[in-house]
Design a protein around this ligand. Structure first.
Ligand code: SF4
Length: 502
């Protein structure tokens, strides 16, 4: 899972965008700096904690070095993410030791996994805040509201039968983890929860669900995030409307599994219904969702995407593997044939669909034959975007106890080999786009060179896909980040594109 340091100032703006006005004034404002690691779901948690702090009167600093209190919101998805989290905590501990910061708080998934160990091994850490106790960020940082909020920002929702059954089977058990508290996280923010957006001003994530009931044997996210639960339909719509009012034009719906949305309150095709409703919000221009579970993609969902122009023709379906035997050991089901039929269905229903997926290579016992099946599948499926993770052993995940672990060198070879196949596919696909016209959301100066600007088309989800560099504007145009332009693709690279604004 990608990791990213947080910038809390919105590009082009001096101040972050508040989702709710501060309703209390602190006696002595504290300056709090955030470093947010991991995925967009973790980013939304950071935004909620920043919103709670801002409402309580804290000043937020985009630079940890300037802050009185530093919060590191950690990721614990795989070993490399855990290591990055630990390194960041140690780096921030250095700021405290040098006297620049007075307090260090660690939040997020790493806390759910190593709560006691963090405090014992890194004494500079003053407080920890798990993924289910974000409201405790106020006491953890020492920022206490003068007037206590009259409403808890968190709504505890019911879970669904499938999750209860998995709980009974021990799916969410954390008993073998030293220091993990027994209570699973069970809250969800709602539309009244204050939130400070950390994304560029035109784009925002909305978390529509939290937790996961699936039994994937490589994954500990259910133990870190709890059982699957959805936000209320009206709450998501209200939040989207409010975001549109403050200038957000692109919404990306996220959750561990967005395609289960609404199942816990008896909604059938809940995601399709939600998308249909969101598409009615006038000021929104692009709406998409990430992390679809393969067997949850219904005809109604595809039809809904095809019908509404504002719903991006974009499907992100992490398949994890294509060999039926590996998928069985992963406890996911499916296989190359089933997936190819499903992809064909998606392409027939949404002819201009952009398909993204991700795989795990080097799962315990993955034979050369099974890996070859995956490679053949990738050649045949012709994805627009693809990511590959190396299998990472996680204590507490079902696969941890499996035999036949592959060497790190072999896993890395397989990852590079698979990405090499995709590179060729991507290169061909990007080349075919040269000459075509698209709408482009201009994001600002390129991170690689000040000479170019960069943006995204509807084919590019924020952060994860390739880039579109802009090398030419009409003479009279004043390029405005956050605005949409019509562009023509003039050059293609393996993953990135170059466009001129028309
Ligand atoms: S669907 Fe599987 S991989 Fe994704 S969060 Fe749930 S258990 Fe983990």
């Amino acid at each position: 899972m990608p990791s990213k340091s947080l910038t809390i100032s919105t590009p082009g703006e001096k101040n972050p965008t508040p989702m709710a006005e501060a309703d209390t004034q602190p006696a002595r404002p504290q300056k709090v700096g955030f470093v947010s690691l991991g995925c967009p779901k973790n980013l939304v948690d950071s935004e909620v904690m920043m919103g709670l702090l801002a409402r309580a009167g804290a000043e937020l600093s985009p630079r940890a070095e300037d802050a009185d209190v530093i919060v590191v919101n950690t990721c614990s998805f795989i070993e490399s993410a855990q290591q990055e989290s630990v390194n960041t905590i140690l780096e921030m501990a250095g700021l405290k030791t040098s006297g620049r910061a007075k307090k260090l708080v660690v939040a997020g998934c790493l806390v759910e996994r190593f709560r006691d160990e963090i405090r014992q091994r890194i004494p500079e850490v003053d407080a920890v805040v798990g993924t289910g106790e974000l409201q405790n960020i106020l006491s953890a940082t020492g920022v206490v509201p003068v007037v206590a909020p009259n409403k808890s920002p968190f709504v505890v929702l019911s879970t669904r039968a499938e999750g209860d059954a998995r709980a009974a089977q021990g799916r969410f058990s954390r008993g073998q983890w030293d220091g993990a508290i027994a209570d699973l996280p069970n809250y969800l923010y709602d539309d009244e929860t204050p939130r400070i957006l950390a994304t560029p001003k035109s784009t925002a994530y909305i978390k529509i669900a939290e937790g996961c009931d699936h039994p994937c044997t490589f994954c500990i996210i259910p133990q870190l995030r709890g059982q699957f639960r959805s936000r209320r339909f009206e709450s998501v719509i209200a939040e989207a409307e409010r975001l549109a009012q403050i200038g957000v034009r692109e919404i990306t719906l996220i959750g561990q599994d967005t395609t289960c949305y609404g199942e816990d309150f008896g909604l059938k095709d809940g995601l399709a219904l939600l998308l249909e409703k969101l598409a009615q919000i006038e000021d929104l221009r692009w709406i998409r969702f990430l992390y679809a579970y393969p067997n949850k993609i219904t005809g109604k969902l595809l039809e809904t995407i095809a019908t509404h122009e504002k719903l991006c023709s974009y499907m992100d379906v992490p398949l994890q593997h294509a060999s039926a035997s590996v998928l069985k050991r992963m406890k996911r089901g499916g296989g190359a044939e089933v997936f190819l039929r499903s992809i064909d269905k998606m392409r027939r229903a949404i002819p201009d669909v952009t398909l993204r997926t991700s795989f795990i290579v080097g799962f315990p016992g993955e034979t050369e034959q099974e890996f070859a099946e995956l490679c053949d599948f990738v050649r045949e499926a012709q994805f627009d975007w693809m990511g590959t993770f190396s299998y990472s052993d996680q204590e507490g995940a079902g696969a941890f106890d499996l035999d036949d672990k592959l060497s790190l060198a072999e896993i890395e070879w397989r990852r590079k080999h698979l990405m090499g196949i995709q590179r060729q596919i991507s290169k061909k696909k990007k080349k075919a786009l040269v000459g075509q016209e698209f709408d482009l959301l201009l994001e600002g100066s390129s991170e690689e060179t000040d000479l170019l600007m960069e943006g995204r088309t509807a084919m590019h989800a924020p952060e994860i896909d390739g880039k579109v560099f802009v090398n030419e504007f009409p003479a009279e145009a004043e390029p405005q980040p956050g605005e949409f332009y019509r562009c023509q693709i003039v050059e293609a690279h393996d993953y990135d594109l170059v466009a001129r604004i028309l």
